[in-house]
Write a protein that binds this ligand. Structure first.
Ligand SMILES: C[S@@+](CC[C@H](N)C(=O)[O-])C[C@H]1O[C@@H](n2cnc3c(N)ncnc32)[C@H](O)[C@@H]1O
Ligand code: SF4
Ligand code: SF4
Length: 311
């Protein structure tokens, strides 16, 4: 019998892992072998199986461009049909012509992240195959669109070179795109097992810049394994229906497949029970020891507690 406080409340669901970019800090290239979409028939099975849980928040995305799913509007509509009160989030790389699928999806999304991490050359440098001009066209087209109640933010992955452009992006938003409510700043993470982020080390200048923008910086500090909600009430599924423990370790072996087993069976897997125990005791094993929540916690600490002059 499932204990009430073990029920799934947060889901991260991938329905497409197709992408047109190869961003420097994205581990998609290591994880995705066969780019594909989930069919609506399969999606209905997923929703039916999840429908018994009190899901309050959902990220409808994964290692791909969500809006490349030709039926993404129906993916999101059907999700909201089952979970009308769940808060939905998705992200887009803005590297396509704004289309009908996008327009029809917006009403089912509570927050949309526009992934922009750098200005002009830096944007193109860290998002290979992306074009700055295409991005600006997308943002301009979005200005003209009825965005309804969907909140729109920029999600900016910060590294040792692009932090200098944070100010330029803020200025651009203020001068041209007042529908963008925030520039969220996330220090680059690495989402693979037993591997560390290979971006440059974190410089003092980067930290100083983030202190200036501390209200926009995301992440938790202090943080330790026993605070991790994922093994208790989180659920991560890739486009093939493989269930993993969290989005911070996407290269790990799955704990089951949603099309082959029922969710409670999957959640009784010895691997999940072990990760739960290890997190609870603050003794991370293979799955968690390179977790970037933990790596970033001491890096974020001075950002949240100091002023620029103190560093
Ligand atoms: C994996 S992407 C999928 C959605 C879409 N393809 C995009 O780029 O917006 C989801 C979000 O994760 C961010 N992201 C990718 N790699 C990251 C990393 N190493 N650390 C932190 N965020 C990352 C992206 O910038 C994007 O905002
Ligand atoms: S666009 Fe998104 S999914 Fe594609 S490579 Fe970049 S971060 Fe990864
Ligand atoms: S790697 Fe472990 S500690 Fe980190 S988010 Fe995943 S389950 Fe939690």
């Amino acid at each position: 019998m499932q204990k009430k406080n073990n029920l799934i409340t947060y889901v991260y669901l991938e329905t497409s892992n197709v992408c047109n970019l190869d961003c420097v800090y994205c581990n998609r290239r290591n994880v995705v072998k066969t780019p594909t979409y989930m069919s609506l028939k399969q999606w209905d099975i997923v929703l039916e199986k999840l429908s018994i849980y009190p899901i309050s928040e959902a990220k409808l995305m994964g290692l791909g461009e969500p809006f490349f799913h030709p039926d993404f509007h129906n993916i999101c509509k059907n999700f909201k049909g089952i979970f009308p009160n769940a808060f939905t989030i998705t992200a887009t790389n803005c590297q396509y012509q704004l289309n009908d699928n996008f327009i029809k999806t917006l009403p089912y999304i509570d927050i949309l992240y526009l992934s922009i991490d750098g200005y002009e050359e830096n944007y193109e440098r860290f998002r290979p195959k992306a074009s700055w001009d295409k991005l600006i066209k997308f943002l301009d087209d979005l200005t003209k669109l009825d965005r309804g109640k969907t909140r729109i933010t920029i999600n900016y992955v910060v590294n040792n070179m692009n932090y200098k452009d944070i100010e330029k992006i803020h200025k651009m938003v203020l001068s041209k795109y007042n529908y963008i409510e925030e520039v969220r700043l996330n220090i680059a993470q690495w989402w693979s097992e037993d591997e560390e982020c290979n971006m440059d080390s974190i410089s003092k200048e980067l930290i100083n810049t983030l202190i200036k923008y501390k209200k926009n910086v995301k992440g938790k500090s202090p943080w330790t394994f026993s605070e991790c909600f994922w093994p208790i009430r989180g659920f991560y599924m890739d486009v093939y229906g493989n269930v993993k423990i969290c989005c911070l370790n996407t290269s790990t072996e799955p704990i089951g497949n949603i099309f082959e087993s029922n969710i409670e069976e999957i959640r009784l897997s010895s691997k999940l029970l072990q990760v739960r125990k290890e997190c609870n005791n603050d003794t991370p094993g293979l799955h968690c020891r390179k977790c970037d929540y933990k790596r970033l916690s001491p890096i974020l600490a001075p950002i949240f507690t100091l002023n620029t002059a103190e560093i």
